[in-house]
Design a protein around this ligand. Structure first.
Ligand code: SGN
Ligand code: CA
Length: 515
């Protein structure tokens, strides 16, 4: 009898260790401000991204992938906690300090035996918690020879282009990890954030390309009061700065040489710096000579913006390839979930804008691609609505860790296994943006999006509602909130919004109503 017990325990131990060995590694790659319009797997892209596309070809592409709050720090906090901003406490970049003592997904994975590492842009102000290893950029970080804040408290300037340096660090950490245990590695790039400083080998890339402006570039924001008051317009020199953003300066002008922009470039070694200035000096001279005005000037700014963003994204795609090659060559792909996401989407001229923040489609969305480990059979496009609060429960479930009941996101595992979800998946997502007053002047707002409609309330020093019919008006040019034909939809969407605010425990609408 005793022997049987002994045997069954041994067998159990074997099963457990087998199950443990099957726990996938997770490589979570997140970029900054990379948008689906600049990722060819999404179609209609302004540029080719072959390495990113390969992840989608071999895995899955989420067609309806959204964030809960379209801004860096808040988005990262949602991802780490699986909770909306009001619940994790980090609502905005300006005043937020992430409470690192709270429950996070990396902490739960670490408790379950995972090795945890965070490399690159962190942007949550307090030091990272829950990681065996971290090595982060300070704030937004720098493109050239970026300074890193190391786990031992020291800081040092690392040689190279930021996207390459982050990839090098990620690979080196994987090389030196404990190969007996699963891991989760967060690789957080600075690319493609403003002010789009290219890797020097790509300075001339895309220079022959003319990008076609989106059809709603000259949007006058009629019927959308908050949109009229933003400060993220490409046409406006106040919003998109000629020197900082589009690098049009008077070469040798010393007043220009004191700007933040110059300081970023001065980080380069003298030889590379010379190469940089030679290129942009010549562009600037050409710009002055043309003496552009009105729409011609805006067109010039648009092309500069698109070209530099594309250059930065080109280096990013190269580095995705490099990281994937490492996983492939080391035989890790069968047992690794690779996730590619951005902290939010971005405007590439839609509505005349750059930046993000609004609950309109381009910045509510984020690219989301996954290459799946063995045992997850779904391939191709997934159309269910997913959100960045879903990543935490997904990783926990895949790692065999119980999902705590206070996590607000939903595990994507049923979708990744190819299970039928008809009638079982969410039919609406909730969004809440809090950072106002702040740069780019986007009013505070919250809202609900279903597969067909979107209702948004802008509040604080404004009180306006917007309703869009995404089928009839996919580019959100026509606010139908006051259109009698939509009275019923409006009522239904209000009810759905109240339900979601209740479900997620965000009392904002009641607070505003003075209840
Ligand atoms: C910086 C940028 C803004 C950007 C915010 C937030 N200005 O402040 O354009 O909206 O970051 O971006 S810059 O002059 O510093 O480039 S986020 O992605 O980090 O949330
Ligand atoms: Ca961002």
């Amino acid at each position: 009898m005793k022997q049987i017990t002994f045997l069954s325990m041994a067998a159990m131990a074997a099963v457990t260790s087998h199950a443990q060995n099957m726990r996938p590694n997770i490589v979570y790659i997140m970029t900054d401000d990379h948008t689906a319009q600049m990722l060819s797997a999404y179609g209609n892209s302004y540029m080719q991204t072959p390495n990113l596309d390969r992840i989608a070809q071999e895995g899955v592409l989420f067609r309806n992938s959204f964030v809960a709050n379209s801004l860096s720090g808040p988005s990262r906090a949602c991802m780490l906690t699986g909770k909306h901003s009001h619940a994790n406490g980090f609502t905005n970049n300006e005043h937020g300090i992430f409470d690192g003592s709270q429950q996070t997904m990396p902490k739960l994975l670490r408790n379950a035996g995972y090795q945890t590492a965070m490399i690159g842009k962190w942007h949550l102000v307090s030091d990272p918690t829950g990681f065996d290893h971290w090595d982060i950029l300070i704030g937004q970080g720098e493109y050239y020879n970026p300074t890193f804040h190391h786990q031992d408290g020291t800081k040092s300037r690392e040689k190279g282009y930021c996207t390459n340096v982050i990839t090098d660090k990620a690979i080196s950490w994987m090389e030196n990890r404990d190969k007996e245990r699963p891991f989760i590695l967060f690789v957080h790039h600075k690319a493609c954030h403003r002010d789009w400083l290219p890797e020097l080998k790509y300075l001339r890339e895309f220079e022959d390309q003319t990008f076609e402006k989106p059809a709603n570039f000259w949007d006058n924001w009629e019927g959308r009061v908050a949109a009229q008051q933003q400060e993220m317009s490409i046409a406006s020199d106040h919003d998109m700065d000629l020197v900082y953003d589009t690098k049009a300066y008077l070469p040798g002008d010393s007043t220009r040489l004191t700007s933040t922009y110059i300081n970023y470039v001065e980080r380069l070694e003298p030889e590379l710096r010379k190469k940089y200035w030679t290129f942009y000096d010549s562009l600037s001279c050409d710009f002055k000579r043309q003496n552009l005005k009105g729409k011609d000037l805006v067109e010039w700014k648009y092309q500069r913006y698109m070209r530099d963003y594309a250059k930065v994204t080109r280096s990013l795609d190269d580095n995705i390839g490099r990281l994937m090659d490492y996983l492939r060559e080391n035989g890790m792909l069968d047992n690794t979930l690779v996730v590619y996401a951005s902290d939010q989407g971005f405007y590439m001229g839609e509505h005349g804008w750059f930046d993000k923040r609004f609950m309109y489609e381009e910045s509510l969305a984020t690219p989301l691609l996954m290459r799946l480990p063995d045992g997850y059979r779904r391939r191709g496009e997934i159309t269910e609505m997913v959100q960045n609060i879903d990543y935490a429960p997904t990783f926990l479930e895949m790692a065999g860790v119980k999902i705590p009941s206070d996590i607000q996101g939903r595990s994507l595992v049923p979708l990744l296994k190819g299970e039928k979800t008809i009638g079982k998946w969410r039919d609406a997502i909730y969004y809440h943006y809090h950072e106002y007053p702040a740069e780019h002047s986007v009013k505070r707002h919250y809202g609900v999006r279903t597969d067909r409609y979107k209702l948004i309330h802008f509040y604080n020093d404004i009180d306006t509602w917007e309703l869009f019919d995404l089928k009839e008006d996919p580019t959100e040019m026509k606010n139908v909130y006051d259109d009698p034909a939509y009275a019923k939809v409006r009522k239904q969407m209000h009810a759905r919004l109240r339900q979601l605010q209740k479900m997620y425990n965000d009392p904002i609408e009641e607070t505003l109503a003075g209840k």
